[in-house]
Design a protein. Structure first.
Length: 256
């Protein structure tokens, strides 16, 4: 009996010692004050901005109308070194001319390779070698992850804003009337002109393409998941459009 009690005391002592060692390790690994956390966060955002900004472009469009030529501007990002650029379909749809400007002051004429209004995705190309971003994967995203938006809101070149992934799996109505699935919701500030710019994770990888906001709301912004964008971009590169299967019913009047 005494031996059992002694063994029980020894086990309890060892367990308490192990818990104290684990707690000490956590205290040693944890930042000593909030300033260290803020510094690490700032370094992360700065590193992503430095790496990605050269690949984010301003896209200037020109459209013909009954009242004369009209222009607009938005964002896009280079994803291959030979000048392939992703942006929104609503940015380039109906444009008679496209011109791309980089943060370095270079300007190029661009050609539209294809667009898909159903996913608000478009692919354009410039005849130049350019820095490119790295495309990530959106299927493994988690709510609360850092999200960094880069673009040209209201003409202010290469503006960087940061927030978090607020929600996943949202649906958004495209201009064609179809629903875009698996949309990312973020509170990283997005404004007119950000359309087509990248939404990035803390590792500097593109996780979405900024596409829409809710007017009058604060911190409710949306980006098309990069998994969707990549799938559509491949179709646009191959065929200039996305080929979708369809099924329907035909009717005919027959005399009886």
């Amino acid at each position: 009996m005494n031996m059992a009690r002694a063994q029980h005391r020894d086990a309890a002592h060892e367990s308490a010692a192990a818990q104290e060692l684990a707690a000490a390790a956590l205290r040693a690994a944890a930042p000593q004050h909030d300033g260290e956390l803020l510094d690490a966060y700032s370094r992360t955002i700065t590193a992503v901005a430095d790496a990605a900004t050269p690949a984010v472009v301003a896209i200037h469009t020109r459209r013909s109308s009954t009242t004369g030529p009209q222009g607009g501007s938005a964002s896009g990002f280079v994803f291959t070194p030979d000048g392939l650029i992703l942006t929104n379909s609503h940015v380039v749809h109906g444009a008679s001319a496209l011109r791309v400007a980089t943060v370095r002051g270079e300007e190029y004429d661009a050609d539209l390779l294809g667009e898909d209004p159903h996913t608000d995705t478009a692919l354009i190309r410039v005849s130049a070698s350019m820095p490119a971003v790295t495309l990530g994967r959106s299927h493994a995203l988690r709510v609360g992850q850092v999200a960094i938006a880069i673009g040209n809101p209201l003409g202010f070149d290469c503006t960087v804003t940061a927030g978090v992934v607020s929600a996943l799996g949202r649906s958004l109505r495209a201009s064609s009337g179809r629903l875009i699935e698996d949309v990312i919701q973020t509170d990283a500030a997005i404004n007119p002109g950000n359309s087509g710019g990248p939404l990035m994770d803390s590792g500097g990888r593109v996780i979405g393409m900024n596409t829409a906001i809710i007017a009058g709301a604060q911190g409710i912004c949306f980006a098309i998941a990069i998994d969707t964008v990549q799938r559509v971009a491949l179709e646009l590169l191959r065929h200039g459009r996305v080929r979708r299967a369809s099924i329907g019913i035909g009717g005919q009047t027959v005399a009886v």
